[in-house]
Write a protein that binds this ligand. Structure first.
Ligand SMILES: [Zn+2]
Length: 703
């Protein structure tokens, strides 16, 4: 039998037998010359979900399996293609019938070896465990395997918070442990909007005491509360860093480069960039006018504070718009003169980047600076342009974005050539970020989307995987996988971890392999059946819905009726399987951490049934001829919209529009759909204030 390891080792030979039964580990440390870490502490941390396994050091007994540790790796005798990464993070792990030998050169190799060792554990009928006999030699293909998480994404800006943004210390640790077990070694913590940390210089920009209305199911009404980010009410970021650093995980702050600034420009609207007068633009990405000294002072202070928190690096995101630049007189003089809007934006941003770079390095010379930039159309850039980009930033600034989508295969190698492999840390692997804009509906595969081929957005898990494979092929420094939403999206994490390490199965084989590796063969069937077959229609996909949603442009129409009816027929079977999965994992010591994922998948599934009827009512409304028929279908849509939102508000925390930035926006289409339906039903009491579909959609509205 071969153990299913995730990610897969470069070299592995599995034997037939197992070790004897044991109830704990005995670490033998004689062959570690000068330990730079606490082997016992790390082993105990890695056994976070095996609390029944005790760890002791140099204390042999028959029920504690001997783990001989050695800080000398076996010689790289030509079977190792990347000796440098083998040295930094690689390991050898030999499980024989009487004991285990682990060799590594550094702590990271030891951590990685333990992540693999855990996956060889087999529960014994008489209590305790055995290990499958195996001989493994392993190293990564990519050094920096990061995931981008939301720590306060758009919080207090376009919305308050969802999913991991609502976590405290314990939830972050659980997620970090899962990531570490998959050999992820960097967290990029996205912070947009109000700051989720103590910031005494500008306390008004902290995410605390924020008034919002939450649904109270007990009394079935809305109750106003004052929300404070968990890291402000009980500071835990420093403890999270300390914990993660012990496991070799670095932390980067992922923030806007004068965009998505949220809090400050929302409070001081007169300090924002000045929009052009032609009126096409609904939002300015909350950017600040860079000709005002007080804005520069704020941006400098904010970035200094971020460095002081102990981040290992900062990743700046430049917004993608390139159609206008600040129209104030001073910016016109300094930045716009004889330039296009895109050129002016870059000139201003890279002046700002260089300014902030000095602040960062002054505070901590070791803090890595990265940038996501040059993402505006045209996506294919000429060499001279890229060379110019390279000259505009400090030499050690790394790239957290490089192309991969909507461009030819020649584009990425061009970037690798110009900037060098060492500076490429990430690409366009944002499938999960796009999914997180869907109002808590599930969207992993192309098969989840109606007429997916006709859509302009192609960001699905398949594309992320293609880019990871290509990054490994080019031997770049890092990959980054978006994890803006965790619950329901474990498969995205597996894909980042598996392909980032350099594992090679094709897409289809990988889906099955990874889900089976975690959940076992039987559950894997049900899980993939559900995730692949769930047909998701976003509530913006009705003709009556006026607001552009760039991630899903198709509107349902008569030709979609057979697909919707098929989904209705299939719906009970999906529900039965979801309930079966939930039942099985709830009682499983290791899998119970996934219960919340299936709570969410079930909620999304329940909503789907209502939304299918809503879609059919919408098509009937479009086709209806008489005003009476039109009204009948409008009333039906109104009723179903409320039913859909009932399921939303019972499950989720942040469900109402936020208009802090000046434009009302909400990721749930419910509010806007309700507005337009009511306008049709009751034209005498029209409400003409449009509610946009999340701040992330603003940037594309004029494309
Ligand atoms: Zn200006």
């Amino acid at each position: 039998m071969c153990a299913m390891l995730l990610p897969e080792p470069k070299k592995a030979v599995f034997g037939e037998g197992t070790t004897g039964r044991f109830v704990g580990l005995n670490l033998i440390t004689a062959k570690i010359a000068s330990p730079s870490f606490d082997a016992k502490e790390i082993a105990e941390m890695k056994l976070w979900n095996y609390q029944d396994l005790a760890v002791r050091v140099d204390e042999a007994d028959s029920l504690h399996i001997d783990i001989k540790l050695s800080d000398a790796l076996p010689a790289a005798d030509g079977q190792i293609d990347l000796p440098e990464l083998f040295e930094k993070q690689g390991f050898s792990l030999r499980v024989g019938s009487s004991g285990v030998e682990i060799a590594f050169a550094h702590r990271d190799g030891y951590v990685n070896a333990l992540s693999t060792l855990k996956q060889l554990l087999v529960k014994h009928d008489e209590g305790g465990y055995t290990l499958q006999v195996a001989d493994i030699l392993d190293w990564p293909s990519i050094e920096k395997r990061s995931v981008s998480n939301t720590f306060a994404w758009y919080a207090g800006y376009g919305r308050i918070g969802f999913d991991m943004q609502l976590w405290g210390y314990d939830e972050w640790i659980e997620y970090l442990n899962i990531c570490s077990d998959l050999k992820i070694n960097q967290f990029n913590m996205c912070m947009y909007g109000y700051w989720p940390f103590q910031f005494d210089e500008y306390p008004e920009t902290m995410l605390q005491g924020y008034k919002m209305k939450v649904w109270n199911e007990e009394s079935r009404n809305w109750i106003e509360i004052a929300y404070t980010h968990p890291n402000i009410s009980d500071e835990f970021l420093s403890r999270l860093f300390a914990y993660g650093h012990k496991l070799g995980i670095d932390f980067f702050a992922y923030i806007g480069l004068n965009s998505y600034n949220g809090g400050y420009p929302s409070i001081y609207k007169d300090k924002r960039m000045v929009l052009p007068k032609d009126g096409k633009f609904v939002n300015d990405f909350d950017t600040l006018c860079l000709s005002r000294p007080e804005n520069i002072a704020y941006l400098k202070a904010a970035v200094r504070r971020v460095v002081q928190l102990g981040f290992d690096g900062i990743d700046f995101e430049e917004s993608e718009e390139s159609y206008w630049f600040c129209n104030c007189d001073a910016c016109a003089e300094t930045f716009m003169k004889n330039r296009t809007a895109a050129e002016a934006k870059h000139k201003a941003n890279f002046w700002l980047l260089n300014t902030l770079y000095t602040e960062i390095k002054d505070e901590n010379p070791d803090c890595v600076v990265g940038v996501r930039a040059w993402r505006e159309p045209p996506l294919e850039k000429d060499l001279a342009y890229l060379e110019d980009c390279k000259r505009s930033i400090p030499e050690d600034v790394v790239l957290f974005w490089a192309p991969g989508l909507y461009v030819s295969d020649d584009e990425f190698p061009k970037w690798v050539d110009v900037f060098g492999k060492e500076r490429i840390w990430a690409r366009d692997t944002e499938a999960n970020a796009v999914a997180s804009t869907m109002g808590r509906l599930m969207r992993i595969f192309k098969t989840n989307v109606i007429r997916a081929d006709e859509e302009t957005n192609h960001q699905y898990i398949e594309k992320d995987i293609d880019m990871h494979i290509d990054s490994v092929k080019h031997g770049v420094k890092g990959i980054n996988g978006y994890m803006f939403e965790w619950y329901g999206y474990f498969l995205n994490l597996y894909s980042h971890a598996y392909y980032g390490w350099g594992s090679t199965k094709d897409h289809e084989t990988f889906y099955r392999y990874s889900v089976e590796a975690v959940f076992g063969a039987e559950l894997a069937n049900d899980i993939l059946y559900v995730l692949r077959r769930m047909l998701t229609i976003h509530e913006s996909q009705f003709n009556i819905f006026p607001t552009e949603f760039p991630f899903l442009r198709n509107k349902v129409k008569a030709e979609d009726i057979p697909v919707i009816q098929e989904a209705i027929k299939e719906w009970p079977e999906l529900g039965a399987r979801i309930r079966r999965i939930k039942e099985a994992i709830r009682g499983d010591e290791r899998l119970k951490v996934y219960v919340k994922h299936f709570d969410k998948i079930e909620n999304s599934h329940e909503r789907n049934r209502v939304i299918y009827d809503l879609a059919l009512a919408s098509i009937s409304y479009d086709l209806a001829v008489t005003p009476e028929d039109k009204r009948t279908f409008l009333r039906e849509m109104d009723r179903l919209n409320e039913l859909d939102f009932d399921l939303v508000k019972r499950m989720y925390f942040d469900v109402n529009p936020v208009d802090e930035t000046g434009m009302p926006s909400c990721m749930y289409p419910y509010h806007e759909l309700k507005r337009v339906i009511h306008n049709e039903l009751d034209p005498d009491n029209r409400n003409d204030r449009q509610i946009f579909l999340g701040v992330e959609a603003f940037g594309w509205l004029w494309l």
